[in-house]
Design a protein around this ligand. Structure first.
Ligand code: AKG
Ligand code: FE2
Length: 318
């Protein structure tokens, strides 16, 4: 039986004036990311009320008729904004599409952002007047939380506390509400979400409508990752693993199919994928290269890396 043992950390420690508490947080989250790659975080900035409103909007959207949702599936964006229909995305290296449909909210940059690459506009849903602004409100609160987590990680790695600030402010982050519909037939090798590592720097995940998320521990055992009430599950993605030359671990995870008696139950989940600006260098940091841990990756920018991975998961056609 899988069990839940994702370490829990308290953002209030990091925000406290007591330097011992701040240091404690930095060490706890750093150690957890070297070991399991996941934490559950309390005292973040996303309120229960906002989560509730967002789930309500998201459910209303996915309940719309397919032809209405299809109006919002925009060609040529590599699935980076709007609606992405059932079965389109697959885990890297897997041919069966995941059993999910989803939506993407993207960055709305401030006028002074000076971006090298312009972001596509968010897609506005006409049928639901509160959908877009509720999504962007949650986006901002998750982004704010993520910036503090990255500050703690910068200190852990031995960088300036504000190393990531510039790269993630006006960065290419994505909020992804997902609907896993009820299963109607034997899935034939497909899963709700096949085993994968996330592409981005870090992922912040509010509680899902039901369980199903599992994480692959170093010893090869799959364990459940369920945030406690009021907590966010936060994990390291491949970009941060690469930047830190494998010091911080992007852990493989998946969403398993429910047992047959629960096939009639849908699942909803809303991850926030924190991405930097596309020009950020992901070259392995000097601080993370040593004789025992020689450089594992070629130099690359975040934009180039993202493009490669979108091709590999089926969202961009070669
Ligand atoms: O649905 C979930 O709980 C997680 C989904 C996920 O891992 C992803 O979309 O990257
Ligand atoms: Fe994921």
């Amino acid at each position: 039986m899988a069990m839940n043992n994702i370490p829990s950390v308290d953002l209030a420690d990091f925000l406290s004036d007591d330097s011992k508490r701040k240091k404690k947080f930095v060490n706890e989250i750093g150690k957890a990311y070297e070991e399991i790659g996941f934490v559950s975080l309390k005292n973040h900035f996303l309120s229960d009320q906002l989560v509730e409103e967002l789930y309500k909007e998201v459910k209303s959207f996915f309940e719309l008729p397919l032809e209405t949702k299809r109006k919002y599936e925009i060609e040529g964006l590599g699935g980076q904004r709007g609606y992405i229909s059932f079965g389109k995305e697959h885990a890297k290296g897997k041919k069966e599409g995941d059993l999910k449909e989803f939506w993407h909210f993207g960055q709305e940059p401030t006028p002074d952002a000076e971006l090298i690459e312009e972001y596509p506009k968010n897609v506005q849903i006409e049928e639901l007047k509160d959908f877009n602004h509720t999504g962007m409100e949650a986006y901002r609160m998750l982004e704010k939380t993520g910036i503090y987590v990255l500050r703690a990680l910068a200190l852990y790695i031995g960088l300036d506390e504000h190393y990531f600030d510039h790269w993630v402010s006006n960065g290419n982050s994505i909020l992804r509400p997902i609907h896993y519909p009820p299963l109607k037939e034997e899935p034939q090798g497909a899963e709700r979400a096949g085993a994968h590592g996330d592409i981005n720097l870090i992922t912040l995940l509010m509680g899902a409508s039901t369980g199903g998320l599992q994480v692959l521990r170093k010893d090869g055992q799959w364990i459940d990752a369920i945030p406690k009430e009021d907590e966010l599950v936060i994990n390291v993605g491949d970009m941060l693993e690469r930047l830190t030359n494998n010091k911080l671990r992007s852990t493989i995870h998946k969403v398993i199919n429910p047992p047959k008696e629960d096939w009639d139950k849908p699942r909803y989940s809303i991850p926030f994928f924190m991405h930097p600006r596309s020009e950020m260098s992901l070259n392995c940091l000097e601080e993370c290269i040593s004789e025992e841990n020689p450089k594992h990756y070629e130099d690359i920018t975040a934009g180039e890396f993202l493009h490669q991975r979108l091709v590999e998961i089926g969202l961009i056609k070669k």
